[in-house]
Design a protein around this ligand. Structure first.
Ligand SMILES: Nc1ncnc2c1ncn2[C@@H]1O[C@H](COP(=O)(O)OP(=O)(O)O)[C@@H](O)[C@H]1O
Ligand SMILES: [Mg+2]
Length: 268
């Protein structure tokens, strides 16, 4: 089954087109990164992929269903989402294992819902996979930003989704937090049993080794999309950010910086 297919998708909000004529296909087993400047439309695109938004024009097919012709409440549980928008709504005094387990009821902040032994076993397994089992009984608000991020990803995977969406998971992390997140993401994207992944990031350094495909987005339109090594080039990235950039790929890690022309003459 095809994970997603967007055909001629545009999104109009107020007087502006936030997305313009997007054609994009994601096949099973692919791990995508979406890169683009602030305001490019990345989060808007993820809102379509999480069945939270309908396109103004065009068709969005997700996991074999067409948006507009499917009950989104049936479709949404098949898609895991990790975003700061959701994270902000998690109560700081919630126990970490409850933050994760409550995802099966699509609840943020555990109430009186009943969970099965299988649910708790699944949550415990995820905490182990993300190396955060020691925090199971800690309050979410007492964790570091990096630890929280791993809890949020575990939560997004709780319902065994077929598609996992990560919107800038590295935002706000310090160097150690970011580096351990990249390791976590690399484990996730390299694991053949993981669902299809779409990761949004600004920072080339956050792209994990297991990413197979990339989509560059600027001003609501696709600059390039396809196999990661063909799309992540200095030229295409420069076009995406409207500035000369030099991209490097060393030891499986990407990095980008401004391509400055050396100043050979001092004007007195
Ligand atoms: N509900 C909305 N109404 C009008 N404009 C919006 C709305 N949501 C987002 N935008 C605008 O759409 C553009 C793309 O936003 P967004 O998808 O969040 O970009 P990104 O995630 O790439 O930074 C931004 O200029 C933003 O201000
Ligand atoms: Mg965004």
């Amino acid at each position: 089954m095809r994970i997603l297919e967007l055909k001629g998708v545009s999104v109009l909000r107020g007087n502006s087109w936030l997305l313009k004529s997007i054609d994009w296909v994601v096949e099973e087993g692919e791990r995508w990164v979406i890169v683009g400047p602030n305001g490019a439309g990345k989060t808007t695109l993820l809102s379509l992929l999480s069945a939270q938004l309908y396109p103004t024009v065009g068709t969005v097919q997700l996991l074999g269903e067409t948006l507009g012709r499917v009950d989104v409440f049936v479709l949404r549980p098949r898609i895991g989402v990790c975003s700061s928008h959701i994270a902000r709504r998690i109560p700081g005094d919630e126990r970490v294992c409850d933050v994760v387990v409550s995802a099966v009821r699509a609840v943020i902040g555990r109430g009186r819902e009943v969970y099965s032994e299988t649910d708790f076993l699944r949550a415990a397994q995820l905490l182990r996979e993300f190396h955060i089992e020691q925090f199971a009984d800690r309050r979410f608000g007492t964790l570091s930003d990096g630890e929280r991020k791993r809890v949020e990803i575990a939560r997004a995977l709780m319902g065994t989704p077929e598609l996992l969406l990560l919107d800038e998971p590295g935002a706000g992390l310090d160097l150690a937090g970011r580096e351990s997140l990249v390791v976590t993401l690399a484990e996730l994207t390299s694991n053949p049993t993981s669902p299809a992944v779409v990761l949004v990031t600004h920072h080339m350094e956050e792209i994990p080794d297991g990413i197979t495909h990339a989509l560059l987005l600027a001003d609501g339109g696709i600059v390039a999309s396809g196999v990661v090594n063909e799309v992540l080039t200095s030229e295409l990235l420069s076009r995406t950010y409207h500035m000369p950039l030099r991209l490097s790929h060393l030891d499986g890690r990407w990095a980008a910086r401004a391509d400055t022309v050396p100043c050979s003459r001092v004007v007195g």
